[in-house]
Design a binder for this molecule. Structure first.
Ligand code: NAP
Length: 670
């Protein structure tokens, strides 16, 4: 199989310099790859002028729906990917993480975008910042897509997940992707990108693929491009130091290798559920994908007093793992990605075992095999504070070290010695201990998992990056922060502070703000379907007189007889009130009574309210009225959308008594 690149909208093979990609189990060539002959500068130009321009004609929700359709399409064709994946040495369970896990990230980011981003082109970031006394000048942060390309350079261990977890956020942002998988396993990525193209769901230019070296691609990046790199710290360091990248301040997100730790709590003695969870998790992390996961546990911290028991329990657990050809159903740990990777792991292992003895596993087993197999190897280190290699050398395979520690401070110091990691986990039922560990070590980690008997049954585990949580870590882990829902999308957008009048700002954001233009409408807005409601449509209600009888009736019927509503002397003694005050919740109910149009119509339900503030107390004899304005709209399904209304309740002196955003679901048709 000669792999092809997808460049400038066409499939094309490299012209020379082919590299053989071998099956990790049989050693036979499964594909040849080359990117020689590609015009990388033209690929970037195509991404910017065709892909980016096309993507930006759509809003966030349009792109989110396309992503959802793409995810469904890929899911239907997943078996074709599974069939290819065995050549990478992965079992079906391993490839589930890569293939279905990758596709699930598309579903997840699509859902997050539809729920948390506007149904438009401008992402509004944070609250309006009043910048003047009179309210005519204000500031608002917004974010718009960068006008360049997202260059995704990925590691070999997850050919599908690695590509999709980056593609989803970039696509939602509106930035076209150039995917460059690691050469090993790139036949899987190539097959998946073929499916993306064949789906005909994506706009032209949204995706390109390089199977092989990147040539002079990185010499042509600008301040509008984003490089998102996953791989080793050494490659990341070399790439991010390129003069063109430094000169242009090109965004460079790095997810690097990481010496992730886990801690067995001082309370988690053998026989406790936490001890069992700890052993199970290490065994899983060491064997899933043959330990070739960036999140794998490399340093497992065990109280000295439990060390012997931990070695024994882990040995028993690992003995149950059957290593072999991933195509065999009985196999639950396959091969490393190739002989090259196996040699690299053995080389790192030589460094590590010089410092600490191996207590589980035989390095020589499989030495004569054609497949890139390696048995799980565990070392024991009883004095890790005085060691260095165990905290700095990553053997990217089924390799881990059990390290003894004495107290919480020592555990924190040891976690920090990783120099910044993607993830650490804590196995303890002592919430004070877990709190201390999180407080002491989270600054060195992108994610921290607490595992105990309460959450253990449902926990997604130490090694699972999730699309709704950030994936990345400081320092040695690269300083990157991928995924995390909308946080991941923001990597591909520029945040800009816009300053101006309410009308000018509202026109950009598509969200009404006080002081912006309004349309006084004749028909009640509750009688109009979703599409006929416009931002700024406004209803002014008649007023209502507040009486003490109403306040007492509400108090007695609800049971809310708080003294400020019932006792004039007590209310006056309160620094906020001059007299008995109307309940805030009564005020909301009166407001609803003033603005609703009661007969059945397109408004289906009140689904909540945001940012409620009671600003001026309402007393017996006051006259209140409501101004109801369409603030923003968001399509939710094919049948209805969410409308956010600005509700302002004022008194007879035009003082604002309360303001909030009311959320309603409104039908598309009557
Ligand atoms: P790698 O050797 O650093 O390669 C990573 C990527 O960089 C590959 O696509 C590689 O392409 C490419 N590359 C290498 N040299 C390049 C250059 N001069 N210009 C442009 N691209 C270049 O890492 P790997 O061996 O694939 O992956 C294993 C490492 O990745 C481990 O250390 C692991 O910890 C880390 N990792 C981290 C994460 C994370 O999320 N933090 C996830 C997975 C893996 P070629 O293959 O074509 O050389």
């Amino acid at each position: 199989m000669l792999l092809e690149n997808y460049a400038e909208g066409h499939w094309q093979p490299g012209s020379s310099g082919y590299r053989d990609l071998r099956d990790s189990v049989t050693g036979k060539t499964v594909a040849k790859t080359s990117s020689v002959g590609l015009n990388f500068e033209a690929m970037l130009a195509y991404a910017r002028t065709i892909g980016g321009a096309n993507l930006r004609t759509y809003g966030f929700h349009d792109r989110a729906y396309m992503l959802k359709a793409l995810a469904s399409y890929l899911m239907e064709r997943k078996e074709e990917l599974y069939a290819l994946s065995y050549s990478t040495g992965a079992t079906r369970a391993d490839s589930w993480i890569d293939i279905e896990g990758g596709i699930m990230t598309l579903f997840a980011v699509s859902g997050k975008a539809r729920r948390e981003m506007p149904d438009g082109h401008v992402y509004v970031d944070g609250i309006l910042e009043p910048l003047s006394r009179g309210g005519t000048f204000m500031g608002q942060h917004i974010a718009l897509p960068l006008q360049g390309a997202a260059i995704h350079i990925n590691a070999y261990n997850f050919p599908i997940w690695g590509a999709l977890e980056k593609f989803g956020p970039a696509f939602i942002a509106g930035v076209p992707a150039i995917i460059k998988p690691a050469s090993d396993g790139s036949y899987l990525t190539e097959a998946m990108v073929r499916m993306m193209v064949e789906s005909e769901i994506l706009p032209e230019g949204a995706v390109q693929l390089i199977c092989g070296a990147t040539g002079d691609l990185l010499d042509h990046v600008t301040c509008q491009d984003v490089i998102s790199f996953t791989g080793s710290a050494s490659t990341a360091g070399m790439l991010r130091a390129r003069p063109n990248i430094i000169e242009n301040s090109t965004r460079f997100i790095a997810e690097q290798d990481s010496l992730n730790g886990c801690v067995l709590g001082l309370d988690a003695a053998p026989g406790t559920p936490e001890f069992d969870l700890f052993i199970k998790e290490i065994a899983s992390e060491i064997s899933v994908k043959a330990g070739q996961k960036c999140t794998s546990i490399r340093r497992a911290l065990v109280p000295h007093k439990f060390m012997d028991a931990a070695v024994k329990a882990l040995r028993q657990r690992l003995a149950q793992i059957s290593i072999g050809n991933p195509r065999d159903k009985a196999t639950n740990m396959g091969a490393l990605a190739g002989m090259g990777q196996r040699a690299d792991v053995l080389m790192k292992l030589d460094i590590l075992r010089a410092e600490n003895p191996i207590v589980i596993g035989n390095v020589e087993r499989f030495a004569d095999s054609d497949g890139a197999y390696l048995e799980p190897i565990v070392m024991r280190c009883d004095n890790p504070l005085s060691k260095t290699d165990v905290h700095s050398v990553e053997a990217f395979g089924p390799v881990s070290t059990l390290m003894g520690y004495a107290d919480t401070d020592e555990a924190i110091t040891l976690l920090q010695k990783g120099g910044g990691s993607l993830v650490a986990s804590v196995f303890s039922y002592d919430t004070d201990l877990t709190c201390d560990l999180i407080m002491g070590a989270s600054a060195f980690h992108g994610r921290m998992l607490i595992s105990d008997r309460d959450s253990g049954g449902e926990s997604t585990g130490h090694g699972s990056p999730l699309p709704n949580l950030v994936h990345g870590g400081p320092g040695r882990a690269g300083g990157g922060e991928e995924m995390g829902g909308v946080r991941g999308v923001m990597h591909y957008m520029q945040r800009t502070a816009i300053q101006g009048s309410p009308a000018a700002i509202a026109n950009i954001t598509g969200e009404w703000i006080p002081g912006a233009k309004v349309r006084k409408v004749k028909t009640h807005p509750f009688r109009r379907v979703y599409k006929d409601l416009h931002i700024g449509d406004q209803l002014q209600t008649k007023s209502r007189k507040v009486t003490l009888a109403d306040i007492e009736l509400f108090a007695n019927s609800t049971g809310d007889t708080f003294y400020a509503h019932m006792d004039a002397d007590a209310a006056k003694a309160n620094p906020f009130f001059e007299d008995r005050v109307a309940h805030g919740y009564l005020l909301l109910s009166w407001a609803a009574g003033l603005f609703v149009s009661p007969a059945p119509g397109p408004v289906l339900a009140n689904t909540g309210l945001n940012n409620l503030a009671f600003m001026t107390p309402v007393y017996d004899g006051d006259e209140i009225k409501v101004q109801l304005t369409v603030r923003r709209k968001k399509r939710r399904t094919e049948d209805y959308g969410e409308v956010g209304w600005d509700v302002e309740i004022t008194n007879q002196k035009d003082e604002i008594c309360a303001r909030y955003e009311l959320l309603t679901m409104v039908a598309f048709t009557e």
